[in-house]
Design a protein around this ligand. Structure first.
Ligand code: NAP
Ligand code: GCO
Length: 266
């Protein structure tokens, strides 16, 4: 056995939520390259189909299901279906998420609740659905996709920051409650990553100049670039593999150094 076998996901089944594209798709691709069988869901059939085609194009025979992760009944049905059609889930990545950028006092309670529902309640619902079989199997890996906003606030993202801060503590609590069953639950805190979710923050100005937020993030990032979704695949494979069996309740920030840096002097 070579030392690198510790990082292998051969024989493992990984469910990545909301993984038709973006960060979830990149993490699933990395896990597939490490040997995992990939299962994903998205909220609409057309997105699942789009995802299946994208995985197929890169040689990954993924399984896709329609499921709204905020709906407990649909999630329980999804897990039952996966267990009968594919097998027991060894690795769960709670990736599905939304953001609403609205000043707090302009945000309705319904809008606030919607973000909490997807970004915090759903990881609770999906984790709760997969843990019993992980306990029976004697092992499991849960990876929650947190955020810079698990640590920092900023204008207009109150609901998102509250959800991602809560997700950091849910990560620690699943670790505390289920570590005894050889289940490791960790978070990944991406920095600013170039995906559809952050596209509005990178939109060039009408005169062709950079979006102010784009320039702001480059000045705040020692790596002086936005992250690519692929930057998250290696850390996710590590946290899904036997190489991290004694890492639990940790949030691994994959941020190009933003959290460590005061920012470039203007
Ligand atoms: P994205 O491009 O917006 O993709 C999010 C995915 O989640 C989409 O496929 C979306 O489907 C799906 N989704 C949303 N609500 C869902 C629901 N109720 N049920 C099932 N699927 C649902 O986002 P991303 O940038 O890849 O981000 C993925 C995760 O990383 C999120 O949790 C996000 O908060 C987190 N994150 C992102 C960044 C970043 O800079 N991009 C940084 C830190 C953390 P639809 O297209 O139908 O909505
Ligand atoms: C925002 C961004 C961020 C990123 C990410 C940073 O509006 O500030 O969307 O929230 O999505 O969470 O880690």
């Amino acid at each position: 056995m070579s030392y690198m076998d510790n990082f292998s996901l051969n024989g493992k089944i990984a469910l990545i939520t909301g993984a038709s594209y973006g960060i979830g798709f990149a993490i699933a691709t990395g896990m597939a390259k490490a040997g995992a069988t990939i299962v994903f869901n998205d909220i609409k059939q057309e997105l699942v189909d789009k995802g299946l085609a994208a995985y197929k194009e890169i040689g990954i025979d993924a399984k896709g299901y329609v499921c709204d992760v905020t709906n407990e009944e649909q999630v329980n049905e999804l897990v039952k279906k996966i267990e009968s059609e594919v097998g027991v889930i060894d690795i769960l990545v709670n990736n599905a998420g939304i953001i609403k950028r609205i000043p707090m006092c302009d945000m309705t309670a319904a809008e606030f609740r919607q973000v909490i529902d997807v970004d915090l309640n759903a990881p609770f619902i999906v984790s709760k659905a997969v843990i019993p079989s992980m306990i029976k199997k004697g092992h499991g890996k849960i990876i929650n996709i947190c955020s810079m906003m698990s640590e920092l606030g900023r204008e207009t993202v109150s609901a998102y920051a509250a959800a991602k801060g809560g997700l950091k503590m849910l990560t620690r609590n699943i670790c505390s409650e289920y570590g005894q069953y050889n289940i490791q639950c960790n978070g990944i805190g991406p920095g600013y990553i170039a995906t559809p979710q952050t596209a509005p923050l990178r939109e060039p100005q009408p005169d062709g100049s950079k979006h102010p937020f784009d320039s702001f993030i480059l000045a705040k990032t020692p790596a002086n670039r936005w992250g690519d979704p692929e930057d998250l695949a290696g850390p996710a494979v590590f946290l899904a593999s036997d190489a991290s069996n004694f890492v639990n309740g940790h949030v691994l920030y994959v941020d190009g150094g933003i959290l460590a840096y005061i920012g470039k002097q203007p």
